[in-house]
Write a protein that binds this ligand. Sequence first.
Ligand SMILES: Nc1nc2c(ncn2[C@@H]2O[C@H](COP(=O)(O)OP(=O)(O)O)[C@@H](O)[C@H]2O)c(=O)[nH]1
Ligand SMILES: [Mg+2]
Length: 243
Amino acid sequence: MNKQPFAASVSVIVPAMNEAENLPHVFATLPDWIDEVILVDGNSTDDTIAVARRLRPDLRVVVQTRRGKGNALIEGFQAARGDIIVMIDADGSTDGREIRSFVATLINGADFAKGSRYAPGGGSDDLSPIRSLGNKVLTGITNILYRTRYTDLCYGYNAFWARHLDVLDLDCDGFEIETLMNVRAAQAGLVIREVPSHERSRIHGVSNLHAVRDGWRVLRTIWRERTRGTAVTAQAAQVALAK
Ligand SMILES: Nc1nc2c(ncn2[C@@H]2O[C@H](COP(=O)(O)OP(=O)(O)O)[C@@H](O)[C@H]2O)c(=O)[nH]1
Ligand SMILES: [Mg+2]
């Protein structure tokens, strides 16, 4: 490992389900100053774990206990030891060389560095027109309900200080994980900055996301979370009264 350019340790979490063919490309883009890489395996039936270990002997492997990308990330976050947590995909669509700008954004004062394919300098080779439209609509609804100014709600490239895991209090299983993080980060008053990111096409295999099914899950999450802040406050008030 080369000397860390930043005064913080960095963990990279990689959820992977049958991504053996893509991992060589993904790991080749990771900077050599990363402190730890955690692969969270979704009970892959190919040799994802073996390939990953061969590529990175220092790899930590977590086998997720439930199903879904959300559950995988949450269990990876819990295992992380770094000050900073970066989440990337294992299909070759997120470029590890961008990690530097995510980490720099956190070091320069942000609590949460959110990747955006729509910010100036960002882009996507992977988004279908239907997914792009759905994402724009869901982003717009979120911005209205939570007074945020997100440009890209459903994107899997993000980084944050591990100390904020408690306030994020993540509890979901599926692709709605990114939405849940974005909404809770905003509600917790975290300093959020978007980082332009260029998403490339998945190299091998096909996406596990189903636009309609997962779009609904995201929409339900956006709607449900509106009342969470009040519920938590009410609960705290009850506890205070009971004392
Ligand atoms: N461990 C685990 N990883 C998953 C699961 N579902 C998706 N992933 C990973 O999450 C990343 C993004 O998933 P992908 O299918 O490419 O969805 P898309 O990028 O939204 O089209 C990839 O690295 C997948 O291997 C899952 O259930 N468990
Ligand atoms: Mg993908």
